[in-house]
Ligand binder design. Structure first.
Ligand SMILES: Nc1nc2c(c(=O)[nH]1)N[C@@H](CNc1ccc(C(=O)N[C@@H](CCC(=O)N[C@@H](CCC(=O)N[C@@H](CCC(=O)O)C(=O)O)C(=O)O)C(=O)O)cc1)CN2
Ligand SMILES: [Zn+2]
Length: 764
């Protein structure tokens, strides 16, 4: 009999119950007990959703982030929060979100403000984790209380459980040694704590433990490979059985390593590494469990059940009871339940599977393996019909789009003149001061804005009323920016639910969901739009809003678009053509929008490519191919404009050391980037590379509620100026301000504008 299991389930709830419970608790509107209660209910519901599986995960639930949970379980708290003497969960949130001294004083009367832990993306997903902090002095102590009590909870519910933890090597690899020490030196201190954790799990009667080591799909040097051997030999106590889980890619040169490790089971992501199944089976010990991830945990398409059975049946015959099946990775990256979609086009929804439906597929496949395909005839017939309908749908294929793609030539992606010539024309036209100030695009998405949009979507207010409300918000943002004295204004993005979903909603070839929420970080979620067909732009998408904003002021108004690579990387995309093909289609649509904005008299156009870096393949050997098409797509979108039109781009994660040539090839006139937390050190590479264009290094961290002072920002810009001449520097925040409140934004920007004035005076 094949064993069915799951690696992880989405935890926010299909109505985002966890988000609302967290935010109410943070605002002081509800108690810790109420928050814990919501957590308990969500876990119980989600285990019920997984009840048909042989083994359900425990430990995948988190109030903020599973990596931060691991840091707390291992007693690895940043030194700055160790003196806290309130509730442990409050301390956990302090690390996750930071706490300003004023708020700390008001709420607890103790333990001042602290900086938030650094947040970064989880492999190549749009999920963000809190980076573990290490130094040479780091020690570990076990606190498994939360995991153990959740196991107890699940067992009381009659669930067959499989605790899930992050493996020691991945945990170390994902963290940062603040003092530059070698993280692997910590292994001798870390392993005994993991051993104790496994013992504690064994004591509760846990048979299997899933130990996630996704770093195994990345390139590992010899010392990290050796660490794997050392670690799993040390943890081979045989008191629990270890299922070593790998996902998001191929094992390649690490496959031999995995085969040698003394673990009782290995999970392989066969969506990405099907060709490695045979080799893994062949080289694994004869009693090892082989878990195959056969349903894609990263997208929302129905699995081709017959095609899966075609290759899986022989493997099942070979493995017998040693075969486990599961989704390819945790289902954290897909929405919960398609049944919650009431408005989605019926034809298209028949092509889709969210988390609950994916687990149904696992059950059907297990039945087919155990009892033969005839046991699931009707499921296979329905599945075939859905796939056929998708493949042959005229809505998927648009010959006009194919023609436009075929007509792309190299010149489409090139500006008319070199940067120097363009910069001179733009300077003459825009007449900006030295150190021009601007913001990244969004202003606070207030409760009023979201409420109006939700009333419009549910039909409680009409389009006219909704648009008038958004226009008032835009006018408000413009007036505030004028009062602040900013040089280049933005309209504030009030009308956008999300920078990617908004464009998805307006492009042909996309559908979007009502409740398809996926956690991005903490309480923040996105509803990735679903790219199902050839992309075209029926009409201009932003021109009306931007023109309205521009009409309100004499200052330059930046047009604001999301670039093709970011739209692609933050959408659910087609699996029936290469990502690059979808990206070029998006590029042509955005290009048309850029040209329409230019025609409407907009002189500065920003095209955000926040996700360009995060789309990099996990293996460096594949980077160049990706960068080539990604940069070309951006250039096609951006570079059709006249010399006088200034193109900006924005990127959040600014570790550009290894991709600076690609950044330069994008040839944006101005790039605004996230640098404030790195003390401008991230600019070193722009200096050494002689990056020629203009740069706006972010001078304040928008992820923190702290108000930066004028002096801090002047100091940061002076550091920037040590690397880049003042003539090429802009002054701006790190990223958009949508998650902040107006009462945080205004004082911060007042100080930022003052900082720019001081810098001008100093250099006069
Ligand atoms: N796609 C994407 N990925 C990204 C980013 C990004 O901006 N977009 N930024 C980086 C960080 N990630 C982020 C992800 C989400 C959010 C975020 O703010 N999300 C919002 C939801 C945005 C949204 O879709 N809003 C909708 C729905 C708003 C809503 O909650 N409405 C209420 C009703 C209104 C109310 O009473 O509040 C409801 O539907 O129940 C809208 O504005 O229309 C949230 O979680 O709160 C921010 C950053 C990296 N990845
Ligand atoms: Zn950003």
């Amino acid at each position: 009999m094949v064993t069915t299991h799951n690696l992880g389930f989405p935890r926010t709830g299909f109505k985002r119950e966890l988000k609302f419970a967290l935010e109410a608790y943070w605002k002081g509107q509800s108690s810790l007990a109420m928050l814990e209660q919501v957590g308990t209910e969500l876990r119980a519901r989600h285990w019920r959703d997984q009840a048909g599986l042989d083994l359900a995960p425990v430990g995948d639930f988190s109030f903020y982030d599973q990596v931060l949970d691991m840091s707390f379980m291992l007693g690895n708290l940043p030194t700055r929060v160790r003196d806290f003497h309130g509730e442990q969960l409050d301390n956990y949130f302090r690390v996750a979100r930071g706490r300003s001294a004023a708020v700390a004083e008001e709420n607890t009367g103790c333990c001042g403000g602290v900086a938030a832990g650094e947040m970064t993306k989880w492999f190549d997903t749009n999920y963000h984790y809190i980076v573990p902090e290490f130094d040479a002095e780091t020690t570990f102590t076990l606190d498994a209380s939360r995991l153990l009590s959740q196991l107890d909870e699940a067992r009381k519910q009659g669930i067959r459980t499989k605790p899930v933890i992050i493996g020691p090597i991945t945990y170390l690899a994902l963290g940062k040694a603040k003092d530059g020490s070698d993280k692997l030196d910590l292994l001798p201190r870390l392993l005994p704590v993991y051993a104790r954790l496994l013992d504690a799990l064994a004591q509760t009667g846990a048979g299997w433990v899933q130990i996630d080591e996704p770093v195994l799909v990345t390139e590992l040097d010899a010392s990290w490979q050796n660490a794997f051997v050392q670690t799993y030999q040390a943890l081979d106590t045989r008191r629990v059985k270890l299922l070593l889980a790998t996902y998001f890619g191929q094992l390649r040169e690490n496959l031999a390593l995995v085969s040698r490790l003394p673990v009782q089971g290995v999970h392989l992501d066969t969506i990405n590494a099907r060709e490695e199944v045979a080799e893994l089976v062949k080289t694994s010990p004869p009693d090892r469990i082989i878990s195959l991830g056969i349903v894609n945990g990263r997208n929302i398409w129905k699995t081709d059940l017959e095609a899966t059975l075609d290759w899986l049946e022989p493997v099942a015959k070979l493995l017998g009871d040693r075969l486990w099946i599961a989704p390819s990775c945790s289902l954290l990256h897909v929405p919960v339940d398609l049944a919650a979609e009431e408005k989605m086009d019926a034809e298209i929804s028949s092509w889709l599977a969210f988390a609950v439906q994916k687990l149904d597929e696992i059950r059907v496949l297990a039945l087919a393996l155990d009892r033969g395909r005839s046991a699931v005839t009707s499921e296979l017939v329905t599945n075939r019909a859905a796939l056929d309908s998708r493949h042959s749908s005229p809505r998927v294929n648009n010959p006009d789009v194919k023609k436009a793609i075929a007509a792309i030539t190299e010149s489409l992606g090139r500006r008319m003149s070199e940067f120097g010539a363009r910069a001179a024309k733009q300077a003459a036209l825009l007449q900006l001061p030295l150190y021009p100030t601007t913001t990244i695009g969004s202003f606070p998405q207030t409760r009023e804005i979201r409420l109006a949009r939700s009333q419009f979507k549910s039909g409680k207010i009409d389009e006219g009323t909704y648009k008038a409300t958004m226009r008032r918000e835009i006018e408000h943002a413009v007036r505030e920016q004028e009062k602040l004295g900013l040089d280049v204004l933005v309209h504030g993005e009030a009308e956008r639910n999300d920078m990617v979903e908004y464009f998805g909603e307006q492009l042909e070839g996309y559908v979007f969901s009502q409740n398809g929420w996926v956690q991005s970080y903490g309480s923040r979620c996105v509803k990735p739009p679903i790219l199902f067909g050839d992309i075209s732009r029926p009409k201009a998408m932003t021109v009306e809003w931007i023109s309205y904003a521009a009409s309100l002021t004499d200052k330059p108004m930046k047009g604001m678009l999301t670039g093709p690579v970011t739209i692609l990387n933050w959408s659910f995309v087609r699996d029936d053509q290469p990502r690059s093909a979808s990206c070029f289609q998006l590029a042509l649509a955005i290009r048309d929008e850029v040209l329409d904005l230019e025609k409407a008299g907009i002189r500065i156009i920003q095209i955000d490519e926040a996700a360009l870096r995060e789309g990099l393949p996990l293996r460096k050997s594949q980077w160049q191919d990706y960068l080539t098409w990604a940069v070309e797509a951006f250039c096609i979108a951006a570079n059709g404009v006249a010399d006088e039109t200034q193109i900006h781009t924005h990127m959040c994660y600014s570790e550009f050391n290894d991709i600076i040539a690609a950044i330069a090839a994008m040839d944006a006139d101005v790039i605004t980037i996230e640098t404030s937390r790195s003390d401008m050190e991230l600019l070193d590479v722009f200096e050494t590379f002689n990056y020629p264009n203009q740069i706006g290094p972010g001078v304040y961290d928008i992820h923190s509620p702290n108000i930066p002072t004028e002096a801090q920002m002047v100091t940061l810009m002076e550091k920037a100026n040590e690397r880049i001449p003042a003539q090429r520097l802009w002054v701006n925040p790190d990223c958009g301000l949508k998650t902040r409140q107006w009462n945080e934004v205004i004082p911060a920007l007042v100080n930022m504008v003052r900082a720019a004035r001081t810098l001008r005076e100093k250099s006069a």
